[in-house]
Design a protein around this ligand. Structure first.
Ligand code: CDP
Length: 747
């Protein structure tokens, strides 16, 4: 430590020397001073050797190159390297003790699964170990993250730690995909989605020596697709290295999948986290600044708005915020304590300075695809043990912390160990489109870590056929032109279809606005506070309610908001009980979509509106048709009885219109509706509902799958069958839907 103190003193001198050097060059310093400077520089050089001896390590190739004390010696870089080593010693991150062993493992094996507690230093240090060790000389080291905010903040952190340590462009972050990204930096953090898009344009991953898949326990769809694709690439590219990293992943399953590769454990964490179970509020934390976390975007916003404590500042953190809004949680708020209300966006990878307490509700609101009904259902459910551990890990990043769990220890023990992989939870349309675009014909045989059930793959393909994105040619599924467009858009296929169909139907900007308001639908109308406040909000909503349904209502809100001058927007939102932030978010989504359409598909979205909420025109019809054709699997019919509500055409399930639906204020319930989502809370509700005429149903090509036998009235069954034309239905059903064919013939 004496050497370190000496070195740091010398470093300070060195800083001053920098200034002297400049003066020398300007010939303003006498020779005697020059001599002094040179003497100091020599002292500095020998001190450098001391520190290397002290660290008891052979200098890495990189270090030897840098410390070659001649020619154009890079003082600044040397300074940074020393400072980084000093920080490492100060931080004492557990992973440092394993540096040599990890590097050896990676040298000898193509794939390694690295498991280490949160805070052990995996995400920030491994990339630097690899870069320092000279892996893949001029190639990039990629580290993927499931979320943008994590990728950006890690790149910032590692950039700070190692700035100027590497010659080629140091540390970068690609948070959104662009085909113009240059892989010429030593370390690149990116979202797994970005890397997947990159793979599609360069299947050999040229210029990349090493790929680290971080937070592998989340098993996002993109991660799973990447793992499967990398598995086959590894066999062709023998010098490529893959490291799969997590605190809580199922290491054995991943190792088995990757040819039984080695599993490496990093033991220990930076700071301890004291976990307490407080299922009842009475036993809860007495500290007034500690507030339970909430589970959905809207609740986060609501909690922030309701939170009052003069000594604290309440901040929201969820996926619908812009990057700038999200980054507010990283800022200091001098003299104030930060209270952050977050969704599971904050669950992994993040280090938020100063967070000492985490309050874990134990819940998550998740969209889950239900293969039996074929719908995406939003549900509040228990998290997994792995998520609970990750949440606790957010405390204790920069100092010892504490986690309050609003459930009992036995609740924790009864949680599933790991969350279900996304591929098992979501509509597979996006995955199937991507797999087909990758040129893989046999989707059913794609080698996933966890293969989705054949039934959900079948339903995804059926939905894509319905959307006109995929067709069956000679028993091989192929993307249509529309399908290729949808892949490029990379959003949920039915929303992509909505946008593209509006464009093709020569409507104005309605398509992109619909996509944006659908993504924010549950947050646009404010409905919080006392019962009286809620009634007031409901009354204010009536002025926007459109007889065609919720999507048209949302369109008219956006249209009116957009037309206002910027300075009046907030006041208008306040007066009409509209969430101003959601409106701005819609605007951002629209911009993002417009850019994507422009650059990926060459579609220029018009800036005008074709549709007018106050006048019935042909555009109402075209819009309804577009909505129906994009959501055609979600058709429901009124049963004629309030108690029974609507019947979902595909499954015969009885559901109700959501109480917030604008259709409810128009008295008579429409006979036919198409809905965006089935919301399952106390009962099952239809949300984002649009009314349509039965005639438009029959114009759909291909016709939607329809379990006619579920329609109670025989008359209606006949009407529907004749409307579709049985032959069409038969052709569409094909051999894989013999059950439906049977139903048709029985009818
Ligand atoms: O990936 P893992 O959870 O193992 O750790 P990491 O993200 O590499 O972070 C290790 C430690 O670095 C954290 O516990 C923090 O002390 C520090 N860190 C930080 O202060 N700021 C960041 N943006 C990232 C990490």
């Amino acid at each position: 430590s004496q050497e370190i103190t000496n070195v740091s003193r010398l470093l300070e001198t060195h800083n001053k020397l920098g200034a002297f050097n400049e003066l020398c060059e300007k010939k303003k310093v006498r020779d005697a001073e020059k001599e002094l400077i040179e003497k100091r520089i020599n002292e500095f050089r020998s001190a450098m050797n001391c520190i290397l001896n002290f660290l008891d390590e052979k200098p890495t190739e990189e270090a030897v190159r840098v410390f070659k004390l001649d020619g154009d010696f890079n003082w600044k870089r040397m300074f940074k390297l020393i400072m980084r080593e000093r920080h490492r010693l100060d931080d004492g991150l557990p992973i440092y003790a394993y540096r040599q062993d990890i590097l050896l493992q990676i040298l000898y094996q193509q794939v390694v699964v690295l498991i280490g507690e949160t805070g052990s230093g995996k995400s920030t240090q491994l990339v630097q170990f690899l870069a320092d060790s000279g892996v893949g000389a001029n190639e990039s080291i990629i580290c993927t993250q499931p979320r943008k905010i994590a990728a950006i903040s890690l790149a910032d952190r590692v950039g700070d730690e190692s700035s100027d340590c590497y010659e080629d462009g140091s540390v970068k972050c690609f948070s959104t995909y662009s085909s113009s990204h240059q892989f010429n930096s030593k370390i690149i953090y990116m979202t797994d989605y970005c890397l997947l898009q990159h793979y599609m344009s360069d299947k050999n991953m040229s210029g990349i020596s090493c790929i680290i898949i971080d937070e592998a326990h989340e098993r996002s769809l993109n991660t799973d697709l990447l793992l499967a694709l990398l598995k086959s690439l590894l066999c062709q590219k023998l010098d490529l290295r893959l490291i799969i990293m997590s605190a809580t992943a199922n290491a054995i399953q991943l190792s088995d999948y990757f040819f039984k590769c080695g599993i490496f454990h990093v033991v220990g964490r930076n700071f301890p986290v004291d976990v307490r179970y407080v299922p009842y509020l009475a036993e809860g934390p007495s500290d007034s600044a500690v507030v339970p976390s909430y589970v959905s975007d809207m609740e986060v916003e609501w909690a922030c708005a309701m939170f009052e404590a003069p000594s604290a500042v309440a901040l929201a953190l969820h996926g619908k915020l812009s990057s700038e809004e999200q980054f507010r949680v990283f800022q200091n708020h001098p003299g104030k304590r930060k209270v952050i209300f977050a969704t599971n966006l904050a669950e992994t990878s993040l280090t938020i300075p100063g967070v000492k307490y985490v309050i874990d509700s134990g819940m998550v609101k998740e969209s889950k695809f239900d293969p039996s009904s074929g719908m995406n259902i939003l549900k509040v459910c228990w998290i997994s043990q792995s998520s609970a551990d990750q949440r606790a890990g957010r405390a204790g990043r920069t100092e010892p912390g504490r986690c309050y769990r609003l459930y009992t220890e036995s609740d924790y023990k009864s949680m599933v160990p790991n969350q279900e992989p996304e591929i098992r939870r979501v509509h597979l349309g996006v995955a199937v489109l991507r797999i087909l675009a990758l040129g893989i014909k046999n989707v059913q045989d794609f080698d996933f870590v966890d293969a989705p059930s054949p039934r959900s793959v079948e339903m995804a393909i059926r939905n894509l056929i319905q959307l006109g994105a995929v067709e069956l040619n000679n028993n091989i599924y192929e993307l249509t032109e529309e399908g290729r467009y949808l892949v490029k858009l990379g959003i949920e296929p039915r929303i992509g279809k909505l946008v593209i169909s509006c464009y093709n139907a020569c409507l104005g900007k309605e398509g992109v606005v619909l996509a944006a308001v659908m993504a924010n639908a549950s947050n646009i109308f404010c409905r919080v506070g006392s019962d009286g406040d809620k009634v007031k909000s409901d009354c204010l909503k009536v002025q926007f309610c459109h007889c065609n349904g919720d999507l048209f209502t949302l369109l008219s809100v956006y249209k009116e908001w957009e037309a206002l001058p910027r300075e009046r927007k907030n006041k208008w939102c306040w007066e009409n009980s509209i969430n101003a932030k959601s409106m701005r978010r819609c605007q951002d989504t629209i911009l993002e979509l417009e850019n994507c359409l422009k650059y990926e598909l060459n579609f220029i979205i018009p800036s005008y509106w074709a549709w007018n909420p106050h006048k019935y025109t042909e555009h109402d019809k075209s819009l309804k048709k577009v909505i129906l054709s994009s959501l055609a699997e979600n058709v429901a019919m009124y049963s004629g009885y309030d108690r029974l509500g609507y019947e979902v055409a595909l499954t015969g399930q009885h559901v109700q219109l959501h109480p917030s639906s604008s259709l409810l204020i128009f008295g008579k319930k429409p006979n036919w509706v198409v809905f965006g989502e089935l919301l399952s809370i106390s009962s099952q509700y239809l949300v984002c509902v649009t009314a349509f005429d039965i005639e438009s149903l029959f114009t759909l090509r291909p016709p939607p799958l329809f379990d006619v036998s579920k329609l109670e009235s025989k008359k209606l069954q006949r009407r529907v069958l004749s409307g579709f034309g049985c032959t069409l239905l038969k052709r569409f059903c094909g051999k894989s839907n013999s059950n439906l064919l049977g139903l048709v013939s029985r009818v």
